[in-house]
Design a protein around this ligand. Structure first.
Ligand code: ZN
Length: 469
């Protein structure tokens, strides 16, 4: 397969490379759907859409595939009485022991042998520390216990699509690194009902976040150990007895990194606290450099409900992350009191930086043409920077020029509500309003959005500011 075939009707995230879609095919090699490996959206053949056929499509291998909203699903576990109840495309769960630890494994049935207790399933499995693999395995039904079938009532997709999804992921050549909690259930659930937030977070956000962690930690990555969220939250210490290091809690997973050796190796003239906090600051820096948005203020929840919400570029979901230092075997304060800890301060600083301290929240009536404003909250694009062209106080609408990922630089009316964040520039540093609008308009139609280097914020700053490279 040519890895660079261009898809002329790309995914809504902009992905136009055929190699960046995972395709679902049935046994006759007919294309049933595709998964965009950039944003996690799924595109399906129109036979799976029901009545809600949409205008929105991708053109893949000469076929139109459509977007379908993921429906709400509920499911329940049903103990089976007879092995013959197991059918192709079923989501099954069974019990297994690894040492003393009891595990429930979940998988999709993709092959049955009549009269035989052997079945072929596809499942997501942990290989080693933070290492995952999706693959096909044979299981002997007579050797496993407590087998259950997950019943989705009518909300599961047809068997053909379920097995095509499962099989599509078996071509992953090697394991991927992913430090998010990996429940085999999440994969099976996605195969049954389609791509949703849980699957996007688990697979796409998880691997991106892990890559970032590896970049920051370098060789200390190898010191990673699985931790227990509860111990971290309640006792403010780690289960694996780390003396000096970092813990990362994200999406219900907790990992500790022991940095004692790194400290000794570097023999730097810094105390442990400074050393570790340097890593935490760098973490936040790398996150923002990679185009992640760090949103909002510090939360006071338990891990998993974390210190801050992070949105990753192109992926339409938020995750909570808590990163803390471990000093003398203790986390200076447990996550629910994170505010005021070194970790909290490092993150707090970063949030401030990304919000800019000079920004002010103002009423719509105080917004004027030429202003640089920051619009809050849409998930796909959490905070959007824009240049104001005109304001209509009656309709609560602002005419804006901004650089968007999907459409490049556009001028359009947008409905807003007060308060609105306005970026203020030091006196004499910004161009006069007419010049700002002129500069913004000179870029209309331009399409060169780059997450880290030329996003909506860079564009707005370029329009306003006299001082730039
Ligand atoms: Zn996409």
């Amino acid at each position: 397969m040519d890895p660079d075939i261009i898809v002329h009707h790309p995914c809504s995230c902009g992905n136009n490379r055929e190699s960046k879609f995972k395709t679902y095919q049935n046994e006759r090699r007919e294309l049933l759907g595709a998964f965009c490996t950039v944003c996690g959206d799924e595109w399906l053949h129109k036979q799976f859409l029901g009545e809600a056929s949409s205008e929105n499509f991708v053109l893949l291998k000469h076929q139109q595939l459509y977007h379908r909203k993921r429906k709400e699903v509920s499911s329940s576990y049903c103990r089976i009485r007879d092995l013959t109840e197991i059918k192709l495309g079923d989501h099954i769960r069974w019990e297994e022991f690894q040492g003393k630890e009891q595990l429930f494994l979940e998988a999709i049935v993709v092959g049955l042998e009549a009269g035989d207790a052997l079945i072929s399933v596809v499942m997501m499995q942990k290989q080693g520390f933070c290492e995952l693999k999706i693959g096909r395995i044979l299981i002997n039904l007579s050797k496993i216990t407590k087998i259950e079938i997950v019943d989705y009532k009518p909300s599961a997709d047809p068997v053909e699509l379920v097995t095509a999804r499962a099989v599509a992921w078996c071509d992953e050549e090697s394991a991927v690194y992913n430090l998010f909690t990996m429940k085999s259930k999440v994969f099976a659930n996605y195969c049954k009902c389609g791509s949703g937030d849980k699957w996007k977070i688990t697979w796409l956000v998880g691997s991106q976040f892990t890559q970032i962690s590896m970049t920051v930690l370098g060789s200390s990555w190898r010191s990673g150990k699985e931790e227990d969220c509860q111990t971290i939250a309640e006792k403010g210490s780690t289960r694996t007895k780390i003396k000096t290091g970092i813990v990362i809690v994200a999406n219900g997973a907790a990992i500790g990194f022991d940095m004692d050796d790194v400290m000794k190796e570097k023999q730097e003239d810094r105390d442990a606290e400074n050393f570790i906090n340097g890593y935490i600051e760098r973490f936040g820096q790398v996150l923002t450099d990679c185009g992640c948005n760090i949103n909002g203020a510090l939360a006071h929840n338990i891990p998993g409900g974390g210190i801050d919400a992070i949105t990753f570029p192109t992926i339409d979901v938020q995750i909570s992350v808590f990163i803390a230092s471990v000093l003398k075997g203790k986390i200076p304060r447990a996550p629910q009191n994170a505010f005021g800890t070194p970790a909290g301060r490092a993150f707090g600083k970063l949030i401030h930086k990304s919000l800019k301290r000079e920004d002010e929240a103002v009423d719509l009536k105080d917004i004027h043409p030429g202003d640089h404003v920051v619009l809050p909250g849409r998930v796909r694009h959490p905070r959007c920077h824009a240049i104001v062209v005109s304001v209509n106080n009656k309709t609560n609408k602002i005419k804006l020029i901004r650089n968007t990922f999907e459409r490049g630089v556009v001028e359009e009316w947008v409905e807003v509500s007060s308060p609105i964040l306005r970026v203020t520039y030091p006196l004499g540093q910004a161009y006069p309003a007419e010049t700002v609008i002129e500069r913004a308009r000179s870029k209309l139609g331009e399409r060169r959005y780059l997450f880290a280097r030329y996003n909506c914020k860079h564009f707005a700053v370029w329009c306003e500011s006299k001082e730039q490279a």
